[in-house]
Write a protein that binds this ligand. Structure first.
Ligand SMILES: [Zn+2]
Length: 281
């Protein structure tokens, strides 16, 4: 630090108020009244249990609701979303974060990768919405983490652990798409951390986790705006109160349920992004 000179106006520079990178006043807003009406009369049409420390997938047709439910005990889930017939259109965690903030809840959307950039899903119900943001800056359902993975574990602790969310998702994508593990791994992407309570420390800016407030019967509900392949891992961190990337934590299954609404009058599926894709040439 000795070769760095603090400018005389350092405090004044730090005092400049921030501006929001992506103001959302021009973002097309979801019709929450429509979803609210649709979810009043729904029929359970499919379900899939995600075993503890493992992954599983389910197809969610456009116009259906996906509920991710806590069943036996506090458990965090790592969710990947794909367009059902095109694995290259997938959930874009970074852009979702830029638009909606570090954590998502009812009314926020999960956006897809370029060149599509359209809402894949809309959060229509969240029983943990009461949590808000705690005194540590922690909140639930983040789009700031990546997913626990065996490479970082090996980097930090020289481990060979095979049930991190990254590996659980890789096996589940391979099984769902009927492709080889190496190919499936290239499709696994940064997740929505369902039920996980996370934030950044105020002093060092480090990613932190703390005990998830989730209780059995809590759920987050997503409305599928396009045909989706949803792939979920029940994280080896369990409630993520202490450790992940090992068999140390108590882990529980998660449940995925697909509900079909009786009436979707007025719903219009999203179009692909309108940019012409020529990039100036
Ligand atoms: Zn994990």
């Amino acid at each position: 630090m000795t070769d760095i000179t603090t400018p005389k106006d350092a405090d004044a520079r730090r005092a400049i108020a921030p501006v929001i990178c992506y103001p959302t006043d021009t973002l097309p807003q979801p019709d929450m009244a429509l979803y609210k009406a649709a979810r009043r009369d729904v029929e359970l049409v499919d379900q899939q249990t995600v075993p503890a420390r493992d992954g599983a997938s389910i197809v969610v047709p456009a116009g259906h609701f996906l509920r991710i439910v806590s069943v036996e005990g506090p458990q965090v889930g790592d969710l990947n979303l794909f367009a059902k017939d095109d694995l290259t259109e997938r959930f874009y965690s970074g852009k979702t974060r830029a638009l909606h903030g570090t954590h998502i809840t009812t009314g926020d959307r999960m956006w897809s990768s370029f060149p599509h950039l359209r809402p894949m899903a809309t959060v229509t119900h969240d029983t943990l919405a009461w949590y808000g943001m705690d005194a540590f800056g922690g909140s639930v359902h983040d789009v700031i983490g990546t997913r626990c993975d065996p490479y970082t574990g090996n980097l930090l602790d020289q481990t060979q652990y095979h049930h991190c969310c990254h590996s659980n998702l890789t096996r589940a994508v391979a099984d769902a798409a009927g492709i080889a593990m190496a190919q499936a791994e290239t499709h696994v992407h940064d997740v929505l951390n369902v039920f996980m309570c996370t934030g950044f420390t105020r002093d060092t800016g480090q990613y932190f986790m703390k005990t998830s407030p989730v209780r059995p019967d809590d759920y987050i509900e997503l409305f599928a705006e396009i045909d989706l392949l949803a792939v979920l891992s029940a994280c080896p961190g369990g409630d993520c109160s202490a450790q992940h990337s090992s068999d140390a934590a108590a882990c529980y299954p998660l449940l995925m349920e697909v509900y079909k609404p009786a009436d979707l009058t007025g719903w219009v599926p999203p179009q692909r992004n309108g940019y012409d894709g020529t990039h100036g040439r």
